[in-house]
Design a binder for this molecule. Structure first.
Ligand code: ATP
Length: 295
């Protein structure tokens, strides 16, 4: 099954009651997104300056896109925010917290989730089990508790399963819950990855080229889902994406990187008309979405 083959009822259900089943989680889900601020971030790999003095700000519940040619430093920036790389200089601000680097294992508890450029799902696990991995950091009961079926462990498992079911409902994944992710189309696996990132209600979601390798129909569905995520959860989203039509239709603001430097920041319209951006990127950027298509 591909994303575009999903019945229209999933999207209709998603619009009507995507939060059904969240109960105790609902209040937290309604919390506005986090604010993110990067100040003077620099990082070199040997002689390669991947990031040079990059500063940017994403307002709570906004969608900020990062674009730029290959090798501009986009993924490196995401890896800095998610603690995979420690910058040589600069500071990250997440709401009122300031730090140079966050330990990746602390990321989820800080309310940050991400997806990867290449699929990063557990191939031996079903859809629902993959999604439950997004809640692993919340587990308070021990493995022994689970083995012996202690009441608290049972309650915790039931509550996490309910959250996974709610997010599967939101993403139209109910019908494939027990399937191995490897048996699904690429577009559907991307959807599972997004569901896993969202199940813990992150306040900042980092999306690294979520549309790469997708058909136009899949891109349209995923774009609609990203809009729904913003509408219903208020999640702040940082998006790296090469498809300019997708970027321009989804973003509140866009940051353009070239050779690790921030060469422009503005609304999609401002970026479209910026001569430096046209010269560095937009003039040559492939418009992978068909002209005139709504994404
Ligand atoms: N782990 C690494 N070791 C050495 N150099 C690296 C490493 N990661 C990235 N680089 C270099 O840093 C620069 C920025 O790379 P990065 O992957 O962040 O660019 P990008 O904008 O995400 O590119 P693309 O659009 O192709 O994914 C490139 O010159 C790249 O070769």
């Amino acid at each position: 099954m591909s994303l575009s083959e999903l019945s229209p009822t999933s999207l209709a259900a998603l619009r009507q009651s995507p939060l059904a089943g969240y109960s105790a989680e609902t209040a937290r889900a309604r919390k506005p997104g986090a604010s993110l601020q990067l100040s003077g971030i620099s990082l070199s790999f040997g002689g390669v300056k991947a990031l040079s003095d990059v500063s940017l700000r994403a307002e709570p519940s906004s969608l900020l896109a990062i674009i730029g040619p290959n090798g501009a430093g986009k993924s490196t920036l995401l890896n800095v925010i998610s603690g995979i790389y420690r910058p040589d200089r600069g500071e990250i601000g997440l709401d009122e917290h300031r730090f140079r680097s966050i330990r990746p294992e602390k990321l989820a508890s800080a309310g940050v989730a991400r997806t990867f450029q290449n699929l990063a799902l557990f191939s031996g696990l079903s859809v629902v089990d993959n999604i439950l991995q997004g809640l692993a950091h919340r587990r308070e009961t021990s493995l022994l508790g689970e083995v012996f079926g202690l009441r608290r462990a049972r309650h915790e498992s039931a509550s996490q399963l309910q959250q996974a079911q709610a997010v599967m409902n939101f993403f139209g994944l109910d019908a494939v819950a027990s399937r191995l992710t490897t048996s699904l189309s690429y577009g559907m696996q991307k959807r599972v990855e997004l569901a896993r990132a969202l199940v813990a209600h992150p306040r900042l979601l980092l999306l690294d080229e979520p549309m790469a390798g997708m058909t136009l129909a899949d891109k349209q569905q995923l774009s609609e889902l990203i809009r729904e995520i913003r509408r219903h959860f208020g999640t702040t989203i940082l998006l790296i994406e090469h498809d300019i039509a997708v970027v321009m239709s989804l973003s509140d603001r866009v940051v353009v990187l070239e050779y690790g430097r921030n060469i422009a920041t503005g609304t999609p319209d401002e970026i479209r008309q910026n001569p430096a951006v046209i010269a560095a990127y937009l003039g040559s950027a492939a418009e992978t979405t068909a002209p005139g298509a709504r994404v």
